[in-house]
Design a protein around this ligand. Structure first.
Ligand SMILES: *[C@@H]1O[C@H](CO)[C@@H](O)[C@H](O)[C@H]1NC(C)=O
Ligand SMILES: *[C@@H]1O[C@H](CO)[C@@H](O)[C@H](O)[C@H]1NC(C)=O
Ligand SMILES: *[C@@H]1O[C@H](CO)[C@@H](O)[C@H](O)[C@H]1NC(C)=O
Length: 171
């Protein structure tokens, strides 16, 4: 019986290694990170440019390894984080705090992005709103969010989010 339990544990370990996805680079088309790809390791910066949407589905874990100062940079594009009450989307930063947030919005129409049932675990910053250089498009409007939890991390806003993690405003 004990042997069977051990075999079971070993099999789970192998499955999760095989399920690992490394993600980096600029997304050229709308992209869905589904549970089949989870856990997703951010092994380089991810860019989400104009007219591109990144959707992250319920149950997906997004890991920021401790050996990279990487972020998901939503620069003109949009991000839909679609967790559910039973299965949140988990953003986990391993290791130390660094200069990038897990997710940064820059020059984006924030009302096209939303967070539903998301969990962020630091110490790396969770969400940054960053200003563009003068003359370039700035972030506009407000991100919709519901049931977002921040554990040892925070929102860092250059714009109008309040820093207590409450950025839910309905339009
Ligand atoms: C994913 O990245 C890790 C660390 O950078 C590397 O060791 C591993 O081989 C990569 N896996 C794949 C499938 O590219
Ligand atoms: C918060 O994160 C720590 C690890 O950094 C973990 O041990 C703890 O369980 C987390 N708390 C919650 C409420 O998830
Ligand atoms: C969050 O902000 C909304 C609108 O600004 C407000 O109605 C609500 O009470 C706030 N919630 C908390 C927990 O501060």
């Amino acid at each position: 019986m004990l042997a069977m339990i051990w075999i079971f544990i070993v099999l789970i370990g192998i499955a999760s290694v095989e399920g690992r996805t490394n993600a980096s680079g600029v997304l050229l088309v709308n992209t869905i990170w589904s549970i089949a790809k989870s856990p997703i390791y951010i092994t380089g910066n991810i860019g989400v440019p104009d007219n591109v949407r990144l959707t992250i589905e319920a149950g997906v874990q997004v890991i920021f390894p401790n050996n990279g100062n990487y972020q998901i940079l939503v620069k003109g594009g949009s991000l839909t984080v679609r967790g559910s009450s039973k299965s949140s989307v988990r953003f986990i930063a391993q290791g130390l705090s660094d200069s990038n947030c897990m997710i940064t919005f820059k020059g984006s129409q924030l009302s096209k992005s939303s967070f539903s049932y998301a969990y962020f675990e630091g110490p790396k910053g969770a969400i940054c709103l960053q200003n563009s250089a003068d003359g370039l498009p700035q972030n506009a409007y407000t991100v919709r969010s519901e049931f977002v939890t921040f554990n040892r991390t925070t929102i860092l806003a250059a714009g109008d989010l309040n820093k207590n993690g409450n950025n839910s405003k309905q339009h």
